[in-house]
Design a protein around this ligand. Structure first.
Ligand SMILES: [Zn+2]
Length: 249
């Protein structure tokens, strides 16, 4: 990911929506319901039951090396989770704090990665290099099929820097989009930037505006590729478990 401005999703819109509900006139409700129904129909047209299966899932092990407040981390996970939920993939989060007096490491954090595991590092910062642009908030090690990329990192310092240009967003919301973008790289493969949308390398005012209204998403084509990748990961995982069981007999 390389960008100079990120923005949001989630919470802000949800909370504002709740605040607004008391003031909505009947006609406003009718319009709102029509919009929701239309949105639902649009989703149904493009998705099959298999596509929206809750069985499509990834486990994201979050290794926390930066002093990100817990509530911001929770927001980031919720925002990224919602973006993936919209394409039919559930993300399970396992936080792996490695510092602090109360840090307690979940055994899952040290277990070997399975194909459906994503290893996400939230680091203080990283150096600029051939694969990491000056304004990038994160980077991911994407691999060509049939391999699956599993490792992504986002920088807390870089996110804080970008936050100055993204005042409508909280740190958690900004990070959530950044995390979704990086996991997107892992599930879409190499060269997965697109001219617009969530996978845009450089977000401009248009993308930021979409993000502010929870509309910065994967394209339908990207969503289909992501589902296909996750399915392949799960198939690979099931096969490896079967092999393991067979070898124990
Ligand atoms: Zn990128």
């Amino acid at each position: 990911m390389k960008n100079k401005g990120w923005k949001e999703e989630s919470d802000r819109q949800g909370s504002k929506g709740r605040q607004r509900t008391g003031g909505l006139a009947d006609s406003s409700w009718a319009i709102l319901l029509m919009v929701l129904v239309a949105a639902g129909n649009g989703w149904a047209r493009h998705q099959t039951p298999a596509d929206v299966s809750k069985e499509l899932h990834l486990t994201v092990k979050v290794y926390i090396y930066a002093p990100i407040p817990q509530y911001e981390l929770a927001t980031a996970e919720r925002v990224a989770g919602k973006i993936f939920q919209n394409v039919g993939v559930e993300l399970s989060w396992v936080d792996c704090p490695l510092t602090g007096p109360t840090a307690q490491l979940n055994p899952t954090c040290t277990a070997p990665n399975t194909p459906t595991d994503i290893h996400l590092n939230i680091v203080p910062d990283f150096a600029e290099g051939p694969w990491v642009g000056k304004s990038a908030m994160g980077f991911a090690v994407a691999l060509p099929p049939p391999s699956h990329g599993q490792c992504a990192s986002v920088s807390y310092v870089r996110a804080m820097g970008l936050l100055r240009d993204a005042r409508e967003l909280t740190l958690g919301e900004l990070l959530g989009h950044g995390i979704a973008h990086e996991i997107g790289h892992l599930t879409l493969g190499t060269n997965s930037h697109s001219p617009s949308g969530l996978m845009c390398a450089h977000w401009n005012v248009h993308e930021l505006k979409l993000a502010a209204y929870s509309q910065l998403r994967f394209s339908e084509e990207q969503a289909a590729t992501i589902r296909s990748d996750v399915r392949a990961r799960q198939t690979q995982y099931e096969a490896s478990k079967s092999d393991q069981l067979a070898s124990q007999k």
